[in-house]
Design a protein around this ligand. Structure first.
Ligand SMILES: [Zn+2]
Length: 375
């Protein structure tokens, strides 16, 4: 069995469900079990290992392959260790033909297995890069608050290139959209339902706003296009207002998901929405429903290290994806980041998550070849 498949099977059998989706005491919660196992695996291959603080009891794992010579550059391989929740069967790796089923198979224990196997193969091989330090970081909490990548970036850690592990079908992704969770609130005036003319209906005001966002604003965003990412979008997700039928509601809250393009900021989106509401004579307080908003990411694909990776795997054009990941955070922290890994995002978070073993093996070989090509 290919070492990456063997490692992936072991990882699937060790639950590491993000505690946000379970009670903290649940035996399947947390990344520690997987981090300890990877730590032991890497240490027995002769690699330097270290835990780095992220959340209490949930450290990031850092594995290092030091070059024999003076360090001139540093490459970071950064997949996440947490998964979404699963039924018990999800923790039993099952092979059917080319597919290996199990929770995390593609998102992203497949990337963990590919990246660490590539580093171990390099450590065991005859030659390793003479002046390039390679760091593998097993990050926690990507599926919820991205605390792992934030902690790493906040610690001042920087690399010349970060390859963030997500299932991209072994394509180099240089851009992804941002995700801003907006929260809009309208205020009205309560009155008896029999005398609505005495009140101001906050739900009706919100209904007009929702209509405006889903029609005029959405059409406006459709025209705003990025060559790799297509257009920005807005989608109203929840709406809550009023307490009972016979009271004119004085308050309504709506949340929406705004997917942004490189160049758009939280402030620019807020300003744009304020102008839109003002022009339509509508009023709402605009805030956000999540402490950290996901910023869009775009890395220059002409950077020499990115170009070298392109050449190694025979890719000619950069690719963009819709989803947000740790690459945005590492990139904002000063490390040029790309996303790469085996598997297809279509299988992520599904009940019967799987990865193609061919894709896993190919991805591992591509990473190994790239790392080996470095000076
Ligand atoms: Zn993921």
């Amino acid at each position: 069995m290919n070492p990456a498949e063997k490692l992936l099977r072991e990882l699937i059998a060790l639950p590491s469900v993000n505690p946000a989706f379970l009670s903290a005491q649940h035996p399947n919660a947390g990344e520690k079990r997987v981090a300890d196992f990877l730590c032991a695996t890497a240490a027995s291959a002769g690699l330097d290992v270290q835990f780095a603080d992220a959340l209490p009891g949930r450290p990031n794992l850092l594995v290092r392959l030091a070059p024999p010579g003076k360090i001139k550059q540093r490459i970071l391989l950064a997949p996440h260790l947490d998964t979404v929740n699963s039924t018990p069967e999800g923790f039993v790796p099952t092979r059917k033909g080319d597919r290996l089923y199990g929770r995390g198979a593609c998102d992203t224990k497949g990337c963990v297995a590919a990246m660490l196997s590539a580093v171990i193969a390099l450590a065991n091989g005859k030659t390793r890069p003479a002046e390039t330090e390679i760091i593998f970081a097993g990050l926690i909490d990507e599926e919820c608050g991205q605390t792992g990548s934030r902690a790493l970036a906040d610690s001042g850690f920087k690399a010349d290139l970060a390859i963030v592990g997500e299932p991209t079908e072994n394509k180099i992704v240089t851009a992804h959209k941002g995700s801003l969770w907006l929260k809009l609130e309208t205020r009205g005036k309560s009155a008896h339902g029999a005398r609505p003319e005495l009140g101001i209906n906050a739900v009706h005001e919100m209904a007009r706003i929702i209509d405006l966002l889903q029609t005029k604003y959405a059409a406006q965003l459709k025209k705003r296009r990025h060559p790799l990412l297509g257009n920005a979008t807005i989608s109203v997700g929840t709406v809550n207002g009023g307490s009972q039928p016979n009271i004119v509601p004085n308050h309504c809250v709506m949340t929406a998901d705004r997917r942004s393009l490189p160049g758009e900021t939280e402030a620019s989106i807020r300003r744009e929405l304020q102008a839109l509401l003002r022009a339509a004579k509508l009023k709402a307080q605009i805030g956000k429903s999540k402490a950290h908003s996901g910023l869009p990411m775009e890395t220059n694909f002409k950077l020499p290290l990115v170009q070298q990776f392109f050449r190694t795997i025979g890719q000619t054009k950069p690719v963009g994806v819709d989803y947000f990941c740790d690459a945005s955070i590492l990139s904002k922290g000063g490390t040029p980041s790309i996303v790469f890994g085996p598997g297809n995002i279509a299988q992520a978070h599904t009940i019967d998550e799987w990865i193609s073993i061919k894709s896993l093996e190919r991805g591992t070989a591509m990473l190994h070849n790239f790392l080996q090509s470095l000076p």
